[in-house]
Design a protein around this ligand. Structure first.
Ligand code: B1M
Length: 234
């Protein structure tokens, strides 16, 4: 029997369980992540606290060792899948508002980039804030964004990029919207670990969002502002 088998998650206290979940995420153990997530929720933890302290923090540690060449793509993929298994449990809880959508957003990771954990989190937080979220997934060329904007007529467009090589593609999308004369029909939000405010402004986005919570707040604030301006003009 391995050490892992001997650990009974439900017998750990909150702090031990959180640390164990960081290890389990690191080891890509999806079933254990699901179990730990359910245990913390059962102990009265809010879904946002489980997400931040158990899952996102665990993924941050994975990221450091990936950067330092201690972990490689296959291990990180397993960790990502374990994280997703936990996020699937939290998704409905984070989205539980029951109210009519306050607005609509199309969101997707840009062409050449297959990172989607952060983008999925942003989608969940936006759902939780009352938005209808149309998720285009990963590796989206400009045509995919244009098609979705045409089809869904959202209030906002969100783009995610995790690579320094793919982040410039956001400008390609925004410039295409400008060329087509539809840039101002949408509030454009951008995000992803390598971006910053300066970059967001340089590519012509309405805002750069540091994390999922900021994305939800910014979407609400900019949409409210736009609606107020529209009602004053009317
Ligand atoms: Co990749 N990867 N990866 N990776 N990966 C990074 C990004 C990297 C920083 C790792 C490192 O070296 N430290 C590095 C990029 C370096 C750079 O560009 N300078 C890197 C690399 C190099 C690569 C490959 C090229 C590796 C290779 O093949 N040699 C390759 C590229 C593949 C491709 O995309 N074409 C690759 C592949 C992968 C995996 C497939 C193994 C896996 C992705 C699995 C998946 O997503 N389904 C993976 C992962 C998991 C990571 C790290 C470890 C974790 C990313 C993550 O999920 N973070 C990452 C290291 C790191 O970031 N620390 C790394 C957790 C997530 C919650 O945070 O995504 O930042 P984040 O999202 C946040 C905010 O940024 C913001 O809100 C989110 C939630 O708070 N946000 C938005 C994100 N999108 C937003 C959109 C918005 C608003 C806010 O719109 C409105």
């Amino acid at each position: 029997m391995s050490d892992q088998d001997e650990i009974i998650l439900s017998e750990l206290n909150d702090e031990e369980l959180t640390l164990q979940m960081h290890d389990d995420l690191y080891d890509g153990l999806g079933e254990e992540i699901v179990e730990g997530t359910n245990i913390l929720l059962g102990r009265g933890w809010g879904p946002d606290k489980v997400l931040d302290e158990a899952l996102v923090e665990g993924m941050r540690i994975v990221g450091i060792d990936f950067r330092d060449g201690i972990l490689f793509v296959p291990e990180v993929l397993l960790a990502a899948n374990a994280m997703k298994a936990g996020m699937e449990i939290l998704r409905p809880l984070l989205a539980e508002t029951g109210a009519e959508p306050i607005g609509k957003i199309v969101i997707g990771t840009v062409k050449g980039d297959i990172h989607d954990i952060g983008k999925n989190l942003v989608g969940m937080m936006l759902e939780g804030a009352g938005f209808e979220v149309i998720d285009l997934g990963i590796n989206n060329p400009v045509e995919a964004y244009l098609e979705a904007l045409e089809e869904h007529k959202p209030d906002l467009l969100g783009m995610s990029a995790l690579l320094t090589t793919t982040m410039p593609y956001m400008k390609v999308v925004i410039d295409t919207l400008k060329e087509k004369g539809i840039r101002d029909d949408y509030i454009v939000l951008v995000g992803g670990a390598p971006l910053n405010e300066e970059f967001g402004a340089a590519v012509g986005a309405d805002a750069y969002c540091r994390d999922a919570a900021v994305a939800a707040e910014t979407a609400q604030a900019l949409l409210a502002k736009r609606r107020l301006l529209a009602s004053e003009d009317a």
